[in-house]
Design a protein around this ligand. Sequence first.
Ligand SMILES: [Zn+2]
Length: 146
Amino acid sequence: MNTRFADKNFRLSDFYNEVWVVCPSCEKRAIAKANRDARLVRLFCVQCGYNKEVSAAFGKTGALVTAAHGYFDASLWLLARFRNNIVWAYNDKHLAYLKAYIGAGLREHKNRTHYTLLEKLPRFYHEARNREALRKVIERLEQKLN
Ligand SMILES: [Zn+2]
């Protein structure tokens, strides 16, 4: 059975105001999150209490100019190797979006803009022969969501 995937034309910036990262202190999951009103990005870890804030630049749309984790020396929490490539997501919603895309048999693309997240994905994501293996990688990453 084919499931249909309708591209919502998300961009990476739709997801990167909140990025799940490896805590620089305890190496568990922490979150780098933008606070637009305060013009800050904060990296906070509920596990160990690590807490750091830096001032940040925001674009016209309200999204950060660069992804939230980029303000810290922190690596992404949702990151896995796939052959010679890296599969990664900024957060749970981003991962769910990738999963829906990879899992879908029919992929609809509306207006091509060359700016959307899906259009910018490396080629291996789009290849049907990678679908099963990629699905397993995503499932492995899903185990890190809780
Ligand atoms: Zn921590």
